[in-house]
Design a protein around this ligand. Sequence first.
Ligand SMILES: Cc1cc2nc3c(=O)[nH]c(=O)nc-3n(C[C@H](O)[C@H](O)[C@H](O)COP(=O)(O)O)c2cc1C
Length: 341
Amino acid sequence: MKDFWKKQAAKWPIVTLAPMDWYGDSAYRQAMKRVAPDIICISEFYSADGLVHSKFLADSVLPHQTMEDPLIIQIFWKNPEMFAKAAKIIEQSKYNIAGIDVNMWCPAKKVVRSGHGSSLLINEDTAFEIIDQLNKATKLPISVKTRLSFDGNQDLLRFWKGLENAWASMMTIHWRTAKQAYTGTADWTNIYELRKHLNIPVIGNGDVTNYDDGIKRMKTTNPNGVDLNWFMIGRCSFWNPWCFLPWEYHPTLTEILEAMEFHAEQLVLTKWERKGSLEIRKHLVQYLSHFPGVKQYRRRLVTTESFENSQAVIDEIRETFKSDLLKRPSLDEIDKEDYDM
Ligand SMILES: Cc1cc2nc3c(=O)[nH]c(=O)nc-3n(C[C@H](O)[C@H](O)[C@H](O)COP(=O)(O)O)c2cc1C
């Protein structure tokens, strides 16, 4: 079990779905895996304290479909003992979780002030202790998601080596500092330098637009070839599960509408009608990014109250665009004037 990530490394290239709060739930992961079955999904983050004290939380967020396997659950907190307790709950649950990822990434002020997330980049000893205690508590592999540094003033190699020495089995690094949050561009230039010193797999993250872009980054940053480095995609998957496929895959209108239907259906199945049909709004409108003349549909999708509502809008789009269903909206010209309303 502990060698999960090393074994995955033999299957290069590995692409991972970024952990994303408000996005990376079971329905989202299924929507991605339906199109790109080979990716590895990391869940949105859950509080270790929450998992320990709320059976309801554990029973809501750990269940998933077989198609999501192997599923990695990301947790955050600050003290090693709570992490260890949460790990036991995850491992002993009946939900077949493949690994635990520790959030040392989050730059939000309230998270940092409470000693969670990226503040662990400046509390190195606690960070190492967390990984050590987790490894003692569970047989599941422990990975870490972190940033280039907190504010550019940390000894990165000491931090990363320390995590490796505590038996972190994989590290994902978002190539921005916590201070930068999302500003500027992710600086990937150090990734090869880092790889030289680490024996565990390293995943690069930050601004990857699609599979081909990810491969290009691996090759240009590593003069000796691609080795064990992989990449992770986050925001570019919002409307586009096809970003995980090679050759810059451009979906047809039919494929997009089917993906929307599937995503909506899974969300109401996993979160029940009321919650699911409110949450699906933000996803559905994003799938329409490349459609011409869809203003009126977007307006209706952001106010949809039920699965039937959103299904009716999707059916109407299918009917309106029936002569363009095999076109690829991001490539082919769809005559805007025909549809502008
Ligand atoms: C809406 C949203 C929620 C996020 N939530 C998390 C999270 O729970 N845990 C985490 O480690 N990173 C989280 N991230 C950061 C992403 O995992 C990723 O590191 C970041 O978006 C950069 O990758 P990208 O440029 O491919 O989007 C979140 C990002 C977004 C946009």
